[in-house]
Design a protein around this ligand. Structure first.
Ligand code: KIV
Length: 264
């Protein structure tokens, strides 16, 4: 299969073909998802919760993102690879943002994603002007957890709806090639998708986006700290994994494993 590029992603919106994005944080899963035919792999800063055991994404560092981006890049061959810019890696100044975005490209990403709308317009413009493709992320932005008062659906009132539409337009005008719409009413996400020329990728934003993204541990049924309404578990992997490990433990304790066939 041919390598997916930024040109293909733009073309998919133009041709009405849905864009499939999934998160991955290491080489093994990036390879598995690549072979399954996803279009885009995101090394999300959800890394904080689903891999590093942090309470939220605020503790994820540039070093974490570089390490995991490099791993995912080495695992995948065909899918387009995007890396999240972690908290404080792009807010301080456009110069610092360019440097950090560049570090993620040097680690193996083909584009970066950053959270925010009108407030990060200058940053997106600066990074995009440095020939680093940028994906925006508006609506429920997990790095703003303390401003939002938790992970709450955004854009419920008319004023908030207008603000989110304006955020999405700002991201596009600043030069982003696509935008994630997270945690907002489906109708609003549909309106934004129709209004924007760039592709929208939804998560908790209904069916009318140009593509969808899910966190791999959620869709595989591995992570059950909480189960948001927007997640569909396409498999229940936690139980088979635990069953396998329990069977292994039993056989070791009972002296059944390793047998002669596993011995030299
Ligand atoms: O960090 C992440 O995994 C994300 C996606 C959920 C969009 O930003």
């Amino acid at each position: 299969m041919k390598k997916t590029t930024i040109v293909d992603i733009a073309r998919m919106k133009a041709e009405g073909r849905r864009i499939v994005m999934i998160t991955a944080y290491d080489a093994l899963f990036a390879k598995i998802f690549d072979e399954a035919g996803v279009d885009v792999i995101l090394v999300g800063d959800s890394l904080g919760q689903v891999v590093l055991g942090l309470p939220n994404t605020l503790g994820v560092t540039m070093e974490d993102m570089e390490r995991h981006t490099g791993a995912a890049a080495r695992g995948r061959k065909r899918a387009y690879l995007i890396a999240d810019m972690p908290f404080l890696s792009f807010q301080v100044s456009p110069q610092e943002a360019i440097r950090n975005a560049g570090r993620l490209l040097q680690a193996g990403a083909e584009a970066v994603k950053l959270e925010g709308g009108r407030n990060v317009e200058a940053v997106i413009r600066a990074i995009a002007a440095s020939d680093i493709p940028v994906m925006g992320h508006v609506g429920l932005t997990p790095q703003s957890i303390h401003r939002m008062g938790g992970y709450r659906v955004q854009g419920k009132t008319d004023v908030q709806k207008e603000r989110l539409m304006d955020d999405a337009l700002a991201v596009q005008e600043a030069g982003a090639f696509a935008v994630v719409l997270e945690g907002m009413p489906a109708d609003l996400a549909g309106e934004i998708t129709e209004r924007l020329a760039i592709p929208t990728i939804g998560i908790g934003a209904g069916p009318r986006c140009d593509g969808q993204v899910l966190v791999m541990q959620d869709l595989l049924g591995l992570f059950d700290e909480f189960r948001p309404k927007f997640v569909k578990r396409f498999a229940e992997m936690k139980k088979p994994v635990q069953d396998a490990v329990r069977a292994y433990a039993d056989e070791v304790r009972e002296g059944k494993f390793p047998g002669r066939e596993h011995s030299f």
